[in-house]
Design a protein around this ligand. Structure first.
Ligand SMILES: [Zn+2]
Length: 427
């Protein structure tokens, strides 16, 4: 009897304590607010935050009595940035040697430590959400990085992860080693429709939020001036991957660079096309019609082109043409950079915003491409992507005006995620 009474008392006290902690309120005074939703910049906005969430956003107004005010009155405030194509487990792979060394000479625990460091780098650049699109041989360690961040053990962005990705046997590195050696593979090799369904189930079991597969390889231009490619999976296999993923509530991202690979991925019913250099008018029209997202990863394309030679520069030029067309056709473009494909320490992935403006977006469109559009892609529109009442308080600020000079986004001075301030150089 006494025990149950004590338990009853505790059951009252614990939620009250939790409530008292959650109720911590702060306000941000924003000189200029780009909320990720409206076309207009809001001057002198007041954002009130309670616990992890935004409770109100008003133009002008004064903070409630007793609420601490973070003064960003000289800054431009935006929703936290989102990069929906990253590899936190990778640290540059311009050359095959660089890639092979990481898989052969670094243990998965070591790579996970660097992964946590890279996630922190992304956060300090203003990226409060990432979709990490495969571990490149580090198995399911992205799930662990995501978990450590979510548990508050290490600082980093919110994450959705794809774990291992898929390609058929022999169609993804490591390749070229003696058959006597058992070397790691960058992806999970998957063959046949049963194999495809099993691999989807296995990756989901170990924590994959997304399924990623390699639709193509061997990109080359033919006489028709179209970028072609060799398609990896049979249509039956690709459809089995997508069908099984959708059946269990997961979405699918396809690496697809050549027109043939993109067409095959669209036939299979994927949700996002990654890279997409070889898009044709007809493929873009289909994507616009079906609401399939394009994640262009221009930063990595331009970063690797000079060093790789071959067709890479021509592919980057084609992508630029296609980007401008895709905006006009209304293709949904979500910001993704392929960070990890370039060294996290050498390049700020926010560079991607600058390319979008160079390629024809307005600065406001580019900012939405890296905030509210990817929020929709992730199925998190109710939670992130805009500075609005009810959303998680994921907020960044720069000292200048990115609508006048988009490169300002490469100089984030303030980062808040879920109401916690991780960086503030605007004191
Ligand atoms: Zn990638």
């Amino acid at each position: 009897m006494r025990r149950s009474f004590a338990a009853f008392l505790l059951s009252l006290v614990i939620p009250m304590l939790a409530l008292a902690q959650d109720a911590h309120r702060v306000a941000i005074r924003a000189g200029r607010l780009i909320d990720g939703k409206s076309d207009k910049l809001i001057e002198n906005a007041l954002i009130v935050i309670e616990g992890e969430k935004i409770v109100s956003v008003t133009a002008g107004g004064s903070a409630p009595a007793g609420v601490e005010v973070i003064d960003l009155s000289k800054a431009t405030v935006m929703p936290g940035f989102m990069d929906v194509h990253t590899h936190v487990m990778l640290n540059g792979d311009i050359s095959a040697e660089e890639y092979d060394e990481q898989l052969l000479k670094e243990s998965i625990p070591y790579r996970a430590i660097l992964g946590a460091r890279n996630a922190h780098i992304a956060l300090s650049h203003g990226f409060t959400t990432l979709r990490d699109l495969e571990t490149e041989g580090a198995m399911y360690a992205d799930v662990d990085v995501k978990k450590a961040i979510a548990n508050g053990e290490v600082p980093g962005p919110r994450m959705q992860v794809a774990t291992r990705a898929m390609a058929p046997t022999g169609m993804y590195p490591l390749l070229g080693y003696s058959w006597e050696l058992k070397v790691p593979t960058g992806v999970q090799y998957v063959d046949g429709t049963d194999g495809a369904r099993k691999a989807v189930r296995e990756q989901a079991m170990y924590g994959a939020d997304w399924i990623k597969y390699y639709s193509d390889r061997r990109y080359h231009f033919e006489a028709d001036n179209v970028l072609h490619s060799m398609v990896n999976f049979t249509d039956e296999e690709a459809k089995a991957i997508v069908d099984e993923a959708h059946r269990i509530g997961k979405k699918v991202a396809a690496h697809a660079i050549g027109s043939d690979g993109i067409a095959a991925a669209l036939r299979a019913g994927v949700d996002t096309i990654e890279h997409g250099d070889g898009l044709t008018d007809a493929l873009m029209d289909e994507m616009a019609k079906r609401g399939i997202y394009w994640v262009p990863t221009i930063t990595v394309g331009l970063y690797v082109a000079p060093g790789r030679g071959g067709n890479w520069q021509r592919m980057a030029d084609l992508q630029r043409e296609n980007f401008t067309k895709a905006i006009k056709k209304g293709v949904k473009i979500a910001l993704g950079t392929d960070a990890g494909g370039f060294d996290w320490k050498k390049l700020n992935e926010a560079k991607e915003f600058e390319y979008y403006v160079q390629y024809g977006m307005t600065p406001m469109q580019a900012i939405r491409s890296g905030t509210s559009v990817p929020a929709e892609l992730l199925g998190w529109s109710e939670k992130v992507g805009t500075v609005e009442a009810g959303k998680w308080a994921d907020i960044v600020a720069v000292s200048g005006d990115p609508l006048k000079d988009i490169s300002e986004v490469e100089n984030v001075k303030f980062v808040m995620k879920g109401g916690t301030v991780y960086k503030n150089e605007l004191h």
